[in-house]
Design a protein around this ligand. Structure first.
Ligand code: AMP
Ligand code: GLY
Length: 432
């Protein structure tokens, strides 16, 4: 069996790691693999967004499964092209990927399907945007409508900051992605990332997780692609997950299918769990990064089987994921300056790892055999342990022991869960 992973970040290293466990005898390929993927797969030197060349390569190599990691190739139509070339593919069509690639599309779809989300307006004119912000008041969230690598949303505490942000986005600070801005109500609550594997109709959810979007400890500073994650999340109950299925996932899958763009792949619902129930912050058309690095190490059943079922169109029925009764905590190490500009090429040193710790590579490469930094998010350290606090300590200890110049990481990944577990209130009881 030949499996192609498209993408070379931490999420893709984790997908490769898990699929190799599921299919130890398969041959694995990845586009421009990072320094951690290089030794465990064969590299394919084609850009993921060169959809014609990559689908042609996959067809000529008779690839049995192509798994598309990032959103950009999906938005560019790589899954459509693979499918037309006869390559079984796990990942949605460009039409379905609009749920992430256009926030305006996602918002309109949610409104039509009655899915709870923040009230919003879409603007292209800076003066009308400013008038709406002034009428609405702060806090308010200003977002570039297009793809902006997780950095296109700014939570603004004052009206003047919001007006400034909207103007700078419409002025081109995010390029084409900011030619439309979405201005939306600020929602209060706890965030939750829910991954669903879906064939367009049926779906199954994976273990929910929680990301840490801000660069700074205590969830301060600018948004990033994600500085850490953990799973499972203590406040999640069966009743909450039933609500998420009934009022979020099912209506959205149906709306996409009705619109002629059934979603086949991984639908990621980014939720705000409010006192009034779950509300959608955003949808993504792919696995989350770094949540994947926390969720997949806990998945004891096959990931390959449901992916193949979706890719071959045989239906998801019967593939229910099974998770280890343990916790995973993932700490991301980032380059100095991230999420702004950062240097590349710093030598990385990784000490010997304890048994239940995995280091997934993101922005790394090999230069004459030396592992060096090559991106903003460099490595993700995942520790798995039956005890959440021990997993948290192990993840942090290994992150501290890894060195490269100017590295930054948050020491407080999982702090919400830790305070829930540490308290004697009801939250701790909900964990049983
Ligand atoms: P997004 O780019 O839409 O994923 O937003 C990035 C982050 O900004 C989210 O993970 C939230 O932490 C925050 N955020 C976005 N929209 C809202 C909102 N309406 N209310 C509160 N926080 C938000
Ligand atoms: N961790 C958030 C994302 O993947 O978009």
């Amino acid at each position: 069996m030949r499996i192609l992973i498209v993408g070379n970040g931490g999420r893709e290293h984790t997908l490769l790691w898990k699929l190799r466990r599921d299919a130890p005898n398969a041959s694995f390929y990845a586009t421009r693999p990072n320094g951690g993927m290089t030794g465990i797969c064969q590299g394919v030197d084609i850009s993921p967004t060169d959809v014609v060349a990559l689908a042609g390569w996959a067809a000529s190599r008779r690839i049995d499964l192509a798994v598309i990691g990032p959103e950009n190739p999906l938005a560019a139509g790589l899954a459509d092209r693979m499918q037309r070339s006869g390559v079984p593919v796990f990942g949605p069509s460009a039409g379905a990927a609009r749920i992430e690639s256009s926030k305006a599309f996602a918002k309109d779809l949610m409104a039509a399907a009655d899915v709870p989300t923040a009230a919003y307006e879409v603007h292209t004119d800076p003066d009308l945007a400013a008038a709406f912000i002034e009428a609405h008041g702060a806090p308010v969230v200003v977002k570039a409508s297009g793809l902006a690598a997780g950095k296109g949303a700014v939570v603004c505490d004052t009206e003047s900051e919001a007006v400034r942000t909207a103007r700078s986005m419409l002025d081109g600070a995010f390029g084409q992605a900011g030619s439309q801005v979405v201005i939306e109500e600020y929602m209060e609550g706890e965030e939750l990332s829910v991954f669903c594997i879906t064939d367009g109709e049926d779906y199954t959810t994976l273990l929910p997780s929680q990301d840490h979007k801000r660069i700074g400890e205590g969830d301060t500073g600018p948004n990033t692609g994600g500085m850490g994650a953990y799973a499972p999340v203590g406040f999640v109950t069966d009743a909450l997950m039933a609500d998420v299925g009934d009022i979020v996932i099912e209506p959205v899958l149906k709306a996409l299918a009705d619109a002629g763009s059934p979603f086949r792949g991984l639908l990621y619902a980014g939720l705000m769990v409010t006192p009034k129930g779950p509300r959608v912050v955003e949808f993504n058309c792919r696995f989350g990064d770094p949540e994947t690095q926390a969720v997949l190490p806990l998945l004891s059943s096959s990931l390959l089987d449901p992916m193949m079922a979706v890719a071959e169109g045989s239906g998801l029925g019967g593939h229910t994921p099974v998770f280890e009764d343990a916790a995973a905590v993932t700490t991301v190490l980032a380059a100095p300056g991230y999420p702004g500009s950062y240097p590349k090429g710093a030598p990385i040193s990784i000490p010997p790892l304890p048994g239940d710790v995995q280091v997934f590579h993101a922005g790394t490469s090999l230069a004459d055999g030396q592992l060096v930094t090559s991106g903003g998010r460099v490595l993700a350290v995942t520790a798995v342990d039956p005890d959440f606090q021990r997993a948290r300590r192990a993840s942090r200890a290994v992150a501290r022991a890894i060195t490269f110049e100017g590295r930054q990481f948050r020491e407080d990944i999982g702090w919400r869960e830790a305070s829930r577990r540490g308290s004697s209130s009801g939250a701790a009881v909900a964990l049983e």
